[in-house]
Structure formats: structure tokens, C-alpha cells
Design a protein around this ligand. Sequence first.
Ligand SMILES: Cc1cn([C@H]2C[C@H](O)[C@@H](COP(=O)(O)OP(=O)(O)O[C@H]3O[C@@H](C)C(=O)[C@@H](O)[C@H]3O)O2)c(=O)[nH]c1=O
Length: 177
Amino acid sequence: MRLTPLGLDGAILIEVDRIVDARGHFARVFCADELADAGLDVAIVQSSVSFNAKSGTLRGMHWQTEEHAETKYVRCTRGAVYDAIVDLRPQSPSYLRWVSVELSADNQRTLYIPKGFAHGFQTLCDDTEVFYQMTARFAPDAARGARFDDPAFAIEWPAVPRRIMSDKDLGYPDFQA
Ligand SMILES: Cc1cn([C@H]2C[C@H](O)[C@@H](COP(=O)(O)OP(=O)(O)O[C@H]3O[C@@H](C)C(=O)[C@@H](O)[C@H]3O)O2)c(=O)[nH]c1=O
């Protein structure tokens, strides 16, 4: 695996090294020992799948507060997404900055998102599946969100003819820094 820092403190892009043969290829996408040696949090307690029927579906921006804060490993296992994260840790050198990466079934990348970040994605094609693993269990009372177009972050999203979003995600008030 190859680990590349993304410019926001602690956020990392994990890429695979493919071992190719006549059948196709093999690649490791997660190794607790190797990732822990690199300083990553590997204490995964839940994994979830998000299926998105239509291109232009946007979920986010989401996080959990305080003791429920979660590190996430995010992969796209079918189709492709534009994935965006925002550093919401006030003490961080990258506070309120965002980055995006394209994750797809083809590129087999994993986005490592530390605790204290908001996370969201927009699908780039129909029938897209996102698989993600977390180090904290889902805690609805600790779940928080910010609007994808919040001016405090000004994330640049790919243009789409129509964005498909939940009412919850459309309704967050402006983020209060
Ligand atoms: C996230 C989550 C939701 N749910 C339920 C709550 C609700 O009834 C239904 C759909 O929830 P949501 O609308 O919040 O799902 P969704 O918008 O897909 O939420 C996800 O968005 C991405 C961007 C993330 O980063 C994830 O951590 C998660 O917050 O599933 C669970 O039971 N467990 C979970 O872990």
C-alpha cells in the first residue's frame, strides 16, 4: 500500500500496489499492522455500505461529536465518487480547509479521514456503492452535519444537471466556527 498525505493534517490517501497475473490482479486494501506503524487508527468497529442509484447523489457533510468522533476509511466499490472532507478541529493547522479526491472501483483508493473531519461525497455515475469503515459506532444523538455548499468551507463540487440529496442534508444551518 502507498500512503500519501493530503495536505489536511492527518488525512491520507491509501493506494494499492497491484500484483498482476493472467487472471487479473491482487491488492491489499487494509493491513492493521502496516497502517498502525504509520500512525493510523485501525480500531475499526463498524463497516457500512451506501448504495446510490443515480449520478449526482450527494451525501454529507457528516461527523460525530466528542467521544463518538470516528476515524473513517472510505472506498468506492462500484462506480465512482467525488469525495470531500473538511477539517473541523479548531486547534488544527488545516482548520476549515477542505480537500477532495476521486474514489472509484477502478482506482481502488481508500480515503483515511481522521476524527474531527466532516465527510461527504457526490456520485459521478449511476449505481455507485461506497464502503466505509469506522472506529466508533453509529451514535444518532452525536451525529452532526453541515451543508455541502456552506460558505465557511466553499467546497467546489462537480457540476451536475441535478443534485439528489436528503432533506436533512439540505437543511443544515450555516456552520458556526
Ligand atoms: C450512518 C448510519 C445511518 N443509519 C440510518 C439512519 C437513517 O435511518 C438511515 C440513513 O441515514 P443517513 O441519511 O444519515 O445516511 P447517510 O447520509 O448515508 O450518512 C452517511 O453519510 C456519509 C457521507 C458518511 O460519512 C457516513 O458516516 C454517514 O454519515 O440509516 C444507521 O442505522 N447507521 C448508520 O451508521
